[in-house]
Design a protein around this ligand. Sequence first.
Ligand SMILES: *[C@@H]1O[C@H](CO)[C@@H](O)[C@H](O)[C@H]1NC(C)=O
Ligand SMILES: *[C@@H]1O[C@H](CO)[C@@H](O)[C@H](O)[C@H]1NC(C)=O
Length: 139
Amino acid sequence: MFKSIISLALFTGAALAQGILFGSPAEGASVAAGSDLIVQLEKPNSLSSSVEVAVVIGIESCSNQPCPAPTDMMGQLLYNGPYNPVAHEPQLPHYQNISVTIPASLAKGTAQLNILHVNLIGAGPIPNLQILNRTITIT
Ligand SMILES: *[C@@H]1O[C@H](CO)[C@@H](O)[C@H](O)[C@H]1NC(C)=O
Ligand SMILES: *[C@@H]1O[C@H](CO)[C@@H](O)[C@H](O)[C@H]1NC(C)=O
């Protein structure tokens, strides 16, 4: 029991250390329906090795109801493909800009961008899933 708590803690630590972050859009950013949006996904520098697998980006309107949990609903898929963060500006962590098109039919108002990130961590390697969300405003 005690041992499994320790390994869970270690696993969670490793997973967090390999977690990616939104560089942009900012929380609450406004984006016009039908326009292109750059989703910047940053990978913080980390000591343990990880191999990237893929990223999926979805968007779900929540103008009429509370935003659903991204673990239940990814929404309309805008991107499903490789994630290759590399060094750009020296002051920023490695990142990749992924350009997506906001559906022209998406309702104006609050919407939620959902990210599913898959990678492999460490020597195992440990399969790792990460889910992120960001709330934006469709204009
Ligand atoms: C959405 O992201 C925020 C951080 O930006 C987090 O606190 C929250 O738990 C996430 N919501 C869900 C349902 O995962
Ligand atoms: C990534 O997108 C941001 C704007 O969101 C831009 O400032 C930056 O120059 C872009 N980086 C690259 C490498 O294209």
